[in-house]
Design a protein. Sequence first.
Length: 237
Amino acid sequence: MASYRGHLAFSTILGVGYGAAALYYWQMDWVSALLGAGLTAASGMLPDLDSDSGVPVRALFGGAAVVIPLLMLPRLLSAQLPLEQVLLILASVHFFIRYGAAAIFRKSTVHRGMFHSVPAMLIAGLAVFLLYHHPNDLVRYYLAGGVMLGFLSHLVLDELCSVDIMGAKIKLNQFAGTALKFFSPSWGATAATYLLLAGLAYIAAQEFDGPREQLKQWQQKALNVGSSFGKAKAPIR
Ligand SMILES: [Zn+2]
């Protein structure tokens, strides 16, 4: 079942449910809901970016080259850069993903290597969270969650059936393990994956300085309230 059509069908069903949940339970605007549903569906194919051949892989890079610059747009606009610069950055990112990243992936990844792993899923989620800026943090969590949901659906399906992206039985090479894994036999690939994950987590943590400040203020307020209770009680004793 888990040819690329199988993956796409499964993640699309999940995406529709995820989008509906955004509309009905989390009261999100329909643009965000649709974006999340689409990202979930597309991410169901994401791990197979490490596959070296085939039309779906080319389509995936083509799609990523469009979607990633679009996700970056709000962030670039909020940085108040001149329009020419924004366009230049978007175009560079587009061409880099379309040609550069595709070539790098072909050289450096092994099919069903570390790109088919739980830390890679977290990296995908963190990357979307960092790339996409939205005044409502819930939308950022929602989109990051969608990418991880789609990614996870792929890993689970791969784990269940050993069928390749093109629908043929695959011969796994020495570095390939199972899909739902935390480590691969290649320690270099494993280390690089965790290093990237740690780097992204660090950057994401920086973005939480604002909320943390707010938390400190709340704690201070709570302490003040607590101490005023203490004072009120003091004369009784
Ligand atoms: Zn796969």
